[in-house]
Design a binder for this molecule. Structure first.
Ligand code: ZN
Length: 144
């Protein structure tokens, strides 16, 4: 290349004499009038703009720029949080049941195993009593 020669004069030796970058732009530029085949299993509907023809696994909707990547990340975050909450509730429940079991075993002089059985029964009864109270409270609030 001679000095001073600019980029516009250079010859392009790629396939079809096109620069790779331009090829990519042409391929990703979906015309809104393009009617994608509805029986293509790799095409899905965008949940944001409800337009059909988004590639399964695409990161962005070509019509409205809805971010599937962001949505997937949020979904994963939500699932992780839910699992964490379930673990917290279960471990709290285990601690409560065990404390009641120890108390019962101590107070009534029964073995720890029997105390554990009673503790589970007590927690179940309290749980259903709580559910019943909650339902009753809701009904009462609606009646007012
Ligand atoms: Zn969209």
């Amino acid at each position: 290349m001679k000095e001073g020669q600019n980029n516009y004069n250079q010859t392009v030796s790629g396939e079809n004499n096109q620069v790779a970058g331009r090829d990519i732009i042409i391929q990703t530029n979906l015309e809104p009038d393009d009617k994608p085949s509805p029986d293509n299993p790799n095409l899905i509907r965008c949940p944001a703009c409800h337009r059909f023809g988004v590639f399964r696994g695409a990161e962005l909707c070509p019509y409205c720029n809805y971010s599937f990547l962001e949505a997937r990340r949020a979904e994963q975050e939500k699932a992780k949080l839910k699992a964490h909450q379930r673990m917290s509730v279960l471990s709290l429940l285990a601690v409560v049941v065990f404390s009641i079991a120890v108390t019962i075993a101590d107070k009534f002089g029964v073995g720890l195993l029997k105390g554990l059985g009673w503790a589970i029964l007590v927690v179940f009864v309290l749980y259903f009593a709580g559910l019943w109270c909650w339902a009753w409270l809701n009904a009462w609030l609606k009646c007012r």
